[in-house]
Design a protein around this ligand. Structure first.
Ligand code: PXP
Length: 242
């Protein structure tokens, strides 16, 4: 069965917007795990715009599933991961000015640095995943760099108009790369994520070679509407007690 890793970065975004202690990422992770998430994904960005170092250490103590820690492929971030020792580390590209992770990691161009991080992390017992575009050269470079897993960036597919020719072409490209990667590297774990919503997730979830999906922004966004009614009722009950 496909697994769902829930990315809780944007629970932290909400907290950081006010610089307060709520909403708690620990509680968010607990709810996601209770609801059936197979793992919790967090991205410790170099600019610390959402998840903070203390969150990573606290979550490592409290998670009952697994931690998938997303990091830039730098020596400093690898050092943090070596201290935390999450079950999984996903190396991602990072630009300070971007709104979110735009495009996959260019493993071909940054092979030596990625391979160095992957080697250190693997020897510490972390499963190493590389967040890459749907491209054969990137898959091969990932395997040669020592990754046990890849995560295919679905952002371009997700940005296309639902049902458009462009989206079908993007989907076809993802399907073909997953199929090719599984045949060429049978042991490689293939995950996917970025930009997935209730409207576009099913076609990706049906790709047989995909092991795990990582979804964050749309789940946190949906949670606002799923929970808004009860949140307002809760305040009304406190303001006008019977
Ligand atoms: N996978 C990776 C590697 C990511 O960097 C992100 C975003 O941090 C996601 C999945 C989740 O993307 P989204 O928040 O758009 O669902």
């Amino acid at each position: 069965m496909k697994k769902l890793g829930v990315n809780i970065d944007h629970v932290a975004t909400l907290r950081q917007a006010r610089g307060v202690a709520y909403p708690s990422v620990i509680e968010a992770a607990r709810i996601c795990e209770t609801a059936g998430a197979s793992g919790i994904t967090i991205h410790l960005r170099e600019d610390r715009r959402h998840i903070q170092d203390a969150d990573v250490y606290e979550l490592k103590k409290t998670l009952t599933t697994k931690m998938n820690l997303e990091l830039a492929a730098t020596d400093a971030m690898t050092e943090i991961a070596l201290k935390v020792r999450p079950e999984q580390v996903c190396l991602v590209p990072e630009k300070r000015e971007e709104l979110t992770t735009e495009g996959g990691l260019d493993v071909v161009s940054h092979f030596d640095q990625v391979a160095k991080c992957a080697r250190l992390l693997s020897s510490a017992g972390c499963e190493v995943s590389l967040f890459i575009d749907a491209d054969q050269d990137q898959v091969t470079a990932s395997v040669n760099a020592g990754a046990q897993a890849i995560e295919i960036h679905t952002g371009h597919y997700a940005d296309c108009l639902n049902g458009s020719e462009e989206q079908l072409a993007a989907l076809d490209k993802i399907k073909k790369i997953c199929h090719w990667a599984k045949i060429t590297y049978p042991k490689l774990i293939i995950n996917a994520g970025h930009g997935l919503t209730r409207q576009n997730v099913q076609a990706i979830a049906q790709i047989p070679e995909i092991h795990e999906l990582n979804i964050g922004h749309a789940i946190v966004a949906d949670a606002v509407f799923v929970g808004l009614k009860d949140a307002v009722k809760g305040f009304i009950n406190l303001i006008y007690p019977e």
